[in-house]
Write a new protein. Structure first.
Length: 274
């Protein structure tokens, strides 16, 4: 019960049309390609029928979101997990009714309670899959938006901050750069390779030090994040993060290299944008 009464952690999507098209296409693909629930036995135009079910799903999703969910979000604050669960079940039920009527029309099936319950059962299975997909999309969308907001704020705060990375072997080979110009640092045996922006282009400099020593030097800067045993990145310059709980691949600035985030560091990465 405590979980159900928690505030729903994701923002309400405003992309109803885009999302409805995506789910409509997903239903079409599932029916036409996989042909479940005896659909493979249909002798008519399978492509057309699959398109019809996809269109009905798309229209139901868009109209339900605009007519039901959006007004509820406006009047109910805070929006809790049980609110989200009830609206999702309502959406699935609404889609089930509309698709059942289409099913009865296309397949000349009798409109009976038993057939509807069977159809509702199928819809709940598909709806469960689509709900998991939806939550995943919402999570990644929220993750991206939070990251963009965080990086924008932190970059502005540190625009005049400079850092120095010391070379332990060659005197005068220390590197002093603006912190926002640092992209990442990679461990290479007894040295590190520092990737930073110079005239807006990625530049590399090899220095005789260890990644542990560099991390210790820069420990006061929260945006300098060790994401892997061989990499330290400046989260201010992350332009994209793709992956899941098993690990991420980061892109920084204009650099084309992908920087790995080891699985053990994923929770720490998420804490930056929580």
């Amino acid at each position: 019960m405590k979980i159900l009464t928690r505030t729903y952690p994701f923002k309400q999507s405003k992309r109803w049309l885009k999302d409805s098209i995506m789910y409509g296409v997903a239903i079409w693909a599932m029916l036409y390609i996989m042909q479940p629930f005896g659909f493979s036995m249909y002798q008519g135009n399978k492509l057309l029928v699959a398109v019809l079910f996809g269109l009905v799903t798309m229209v139901c999703y868009a109209s339900y979101g605009l007519i039901v969910i959006r007004p509820l979000h406006t009047h109910i604050r805070p929006w809790r997990i049980w609110h989200q669960g009830c609206t999702v079940l309502g959406l699935i039920f609404f889609i089930a009714i509309c698709n059942f009527l289409l099913f009865s029309l296309v397949f000349h099936s009798p409109v009976t309670t038993g057939v509807f319950l069977l159809f509702l059962y199928w819809t709940l299975i598909i709806g469960g899959i689509m709900t998991v997909l939806s939550v995943g999309i919402e999570y990644n969308r929220s993750l991206r938006e939070r990251m963009e907001a965080l990086l924008s704020n932190t970059t502005e705060e540190q625009k005049d901050v400079s850092i120095t990375i010391h070379d332990t072997n060659v005197r005068g080979n220390d590197l002093c750069i603006a912190i926002n110009h640092l992209l990442y640092i990679e461990a290479q045996k007894n040295n590190v390779s520092v990737c930073y922006l110079k005239d807006d282009k990625p530049t590399f400099k090899e220095m005789h030090t260890t990644l542990t020593a560099v991390t210790e030097e820069l420990k006061d800067y929260e945006n300098i994040f060790r994401c892997h045993r061989s990499f330290v990145v400046n989260v201010n310059n992350i332009t994209s993060a793709k992956g899941n709980s098993n690990g991420y691949q980061l892109k920084l600035g204009t650099c084309t290299n992908s920087i790995p985030v080891a699985r053990s560091y994923v929770p720490q990465l998420k804490s930056f944008i929580a």
